[in-house]
Design a protein around this ligand. Structure first.
Ligand SMILES: Nc1ncnc2c1ncn2[C@@H]1O[C@H](COP(=O)(O)OP(=O)(O)OP(=O)(O)O)[C@@H](O)[C@H]1O
Length: 297
């Protein structure tokens, strides 16, 4: 980022005596009114009404828009570990894909001080080659030189805890073992901005505590971490801040205990089929959310 953003919430402005904009220091990620609409091509419904049949050759496709994220603004600073919660289909992965640059926002813009690294359960490992070779391939793919790969190898082996198994092909690993290897590879470059999408729900208790230790280490190294998870326990243990997204909109942004308590209440109301109360709860929280305005100098 070449410029420094002034980021001001209505609450923060109100809190300053002169009403001057509050300048937030050390932003690593600035999301400035970014929104995402997917365009999906669909086949027209079969034309029973017209008596026409699809021949499989010539077909006019329809396009449908899916607004996954309404424009939202956020600033994430050095040392923050941000949990993202929301029910299925609320837009969490879409937001993470925007931050990594895998998808372009349809509206707005996202700035980051360095390339965010996404660690997800589906990130590519090669099943037919050994764990050792996956370390080499993964590290080279992240831009390390062969010498850097060798320098990092001992710490990757140590973190994944798979010594003695790394000569075996990946297809012989359990999903938990593969996740451990993947986590160790992905975090070996000390990414400044790390995104973890549901990767922590695999692995045993011992590995989870190592994972937590590594995330704490990354945060202390002045980076920031985004963690998407449906496990509120994991979110509360690991995050310093929680963002709740629902139906593509930002509902809450704040302290983990508070946000997860409101989110839990919302999901409980929904599971009890109290949809009106759930929606009212969500709307009242959203109404009290101070809008964030990002102004560039
Ligand atoms: N490639 C795509 N094309 C079209 N629509 C999509 C695509 N990916 C996601 N969506 C839609 O965008 C919305 C948000 O999806 P997203 O995957 O971001 O949700 P999520 O919060 O990560 O869900 P989950 O908790 O189930 O993983 C949903 O309505 C989903 O159907």
């Amino acid at each position: 980022m070449s410029e420094t953003p002034d980021t001001t919430t209505a609450q923060e402005t109100a809190a300053t005596s002169a009403g001057a904009p509050v300048i937030l220091r050390d932003p690593l990620v600035v999301i400035d009114r970014a929104g995402l609409t997917y365009t999906v091509r669909t086949r027209p419904p079969s034309d029973e009404s017209t008596g026409m049949r699809w021949t499989g050759r010539v077909q006019r496709m329809r396009t449908t828009s899916v607004e996954a994220l309404k424009p939202l603004s956020l600033v994430v600073r050095q040392g923050e570990s941000v949990g993202i919660v929301g029910t299925n289909g609320s837009g969490k992965s879409s937001l993470m894909n925007l931050i990594t640059g895998r998808l372009r926002p349809t509206t707005g813009i996202i700035h980051a001080t360095s390339t965010p690294i996404m660690l997800g359960v589906n990130a590519a490992l090669v099943r037919t080659v050994s764990g050792d070779d996956n370390i080499t391939l993964g590290c080279l793919a992240m831009g390390m030189t062969p010498a850097q790969v060798e320098a990092k190898r001992p710490s990757i082996v140590e973190l994944c805890g798979l010594k003695g198994k790394l000569h075996l092909p990946l297809k012989s690993y359990s999903s938990g073992m593969a996740s451990r290897l993947q986590f160790a590879i992905a975090t070996s470059i000390d990414p400044e901005i790390l995104i973890i999408d549901e990767a922590l729900n695999t692995g045993d208790a011992q590995f989870r505590s190592r994972t937590q230790a590594r995330i704490d280490e990354l945060r202390q190294q002045a980076g920031c971490v985004f963690l998407v998870s449906h496990s509120l326990g994991t979110i509360k243990n690991m995050c310093t801040r929680v963002i709740w997204i629902e139906q593509g909109e930002l509902i809450m942004d704040g302290e983990p205990d508070t946000v997860t308590a409101h989110y839990r209440k919302y999901t409980k109301l929904k599971s009890e089929k109290n949809y009106k109360k759930a929606a009212a709860h969500r709307r009242s929280l959203q109404a009290s959310l101070a809008p964030l305005t990002i102004a560039w100098r």
